[in-house]
Design a protein around this ligand. Structure first.
Ligand code: GDP
Length: 366
């Protein structure tokens, strides 16, 4: 078929090109130094965030998240300055599948906490935004009312890098928020993958939101995630859903009883709530307060923080060694060679890894 002819008759035709409008503010495409109007020193950042300047807190987090080598020294210095003022907040993980009501819950709960004299920061870890620009958590306008409150600070997920990298940045953002005086820090993540484990390793209390009648499989919730939860909340327990929610509550309670007891003496429970209508929000806070009281008394709150600190130490070393190994040009070229030999079955993976490690240790040992 003659395509030109068919185009004439068809509504489908290719229009002459028009100039594409700028999708991105051209200033942002320039070198970062040029659009950062004025450089702020780490001590000025600390002073600013401690006086409640949320813009400066946001910029400080951007600095910490930066992967530019010229930012790393200032970022490290800023963290060092903030550390003595950190650690006093309650760190709370919130997870659940998309649509379960995480942002509705955090907004409602956050406003309730603010009414009770707290300052609330919300950080997110969104694994979808690390793979692509798309983001499950960030696409919609989220928590507008909370975001407009002067006693709240909301920061979307860092989107560059691996889960491990983003988790590290989130811990650092948490330190900055604590130094800024936020005494409750939420770390929100989507309950669909590995990110819950990363969040569980940086918080004091882990809350899992569920829906009634979804079934575990449908909700993508694995047993492992339930095991991490200190509290399960069946959300959307309102209207016609109340009976189903109560039924689900009993099912999950039965499931929880099958898990081995936790070393910290806490017995995770199941509550029903409606984030939309604010039903049972205070009941959730009661549970968290009970948890804090118990674990602070029996020493497990402190122990958990110390374990997490040590874990972070090991992880950071692990990551640095990994990066050093895999990014070294001499290793990279040999990796290719060994890969071919493994695929051709000329060498076993054991032999190949031993040879490469021998080379590495020999070359880099002083
Ligand atoms: P997220 O993806 O987990 O952050 O979920 P959202 O907070 O965006 O909520 C998804 C949808 O569920 C929205 O339309 C909310 O209005 C609705 N929703 C959230 N919580 C409740 C609730 O407690 N009851 C009802 N009926 N709807 C809710």
């Amino acid at each position: 078929m003659n395509s030109k002819k068919s185009h004439k008759k068809s509504a489908l035709k290719v229009n002459a090109g028009i100039e594409k409008p700028e999708a991105v503010n051209p200033l942002l495409q320039q070198k970062p130094d040029k659009f950062r109007k004025n450089r702020v020193s780490p001590s000025e950042y600390l002073k600013g965030i401690q006086t409640g300047n949320r813009t400066l807190l946001s910029r400080a987090i951007t600095l910490v998240e930066s992967t530019l080598p010229e930012d790393s020294k200032a970022a490290g210095e800023l963290i060092r300055l903030c550390l003595p003022f950190s650690g006093k907040a309650l760190r709370m993980g919130v997870t659940g599948v998309p649509g379960v009501g995480k942002s509705t819950f955090i907004e409602r709960f956050g406003l309730f906490l603010i009414e009770n004299g707290h300052k609330v920061a919300v950080l997110t870890i969104d694994p979808s935004s690390m793979r692509s620009r798309g983001s499950i958590l960030g696409d919609k306008t989220r928590m507008e009312e909370l975001g407009n409150n002067s006693r709240a600070f909301i920061r979307p997920s860092a989107s560059a890098g691996t889960l491990g990298g983003v988790a590290r940045k989130t811990r650092e953002a948490m330190i900055l928020c604590e130094a800024a005086g936020y005494d409750i820090v939420f770390v929100e993540t989507v309950g669909v993958g590995q990110s819950e484990t990363a969040v569980a390793q940086m918080v004091d209390f882990f809350l899992l939101l569920m829906l009634a009648g979804g079934g575990d499989e449908l909700q993508g919730i694995k047993r492992g995630i339930m095991e991490m939860a200190d509290l399960i909340v069946i959300n959307k327990a309102d209207g016609e859903n109340i009976n189903k929610a109560n039924l689900a509550k009993r099912e999950y309670e039965n499931a929880l009883h099958l898990f081995p007891p936790l070393p910290n003496g806490w017995q995770p429970s199941v509550l029903t709530a409606s984030a939309l209508y604010g039903e049972n929000v205070p009941g959730i806070w009661d549970q968290i307060e009970n948890f804090m009281q118990l674990t602070k008394q029996n020493g497990f709150f402190e122990k958990n923080r110390k374990d997490q600190a040590y874990q972070l130490f090991e992880e950071t070393i692990h990551q640095s060694i990994h990066d050093h190994f895999f990014s070294h040009p001499l290793i990279k070229s040999r990796l290719k060679k060994y890969k071919a030999q493994i695929l051709n079955q000329q060498l076993s993976p054991y032999e190949a890894s031993q040879k490469l490690l021998d080379f590495y240790f020999h070359s880099f040992q002083k």
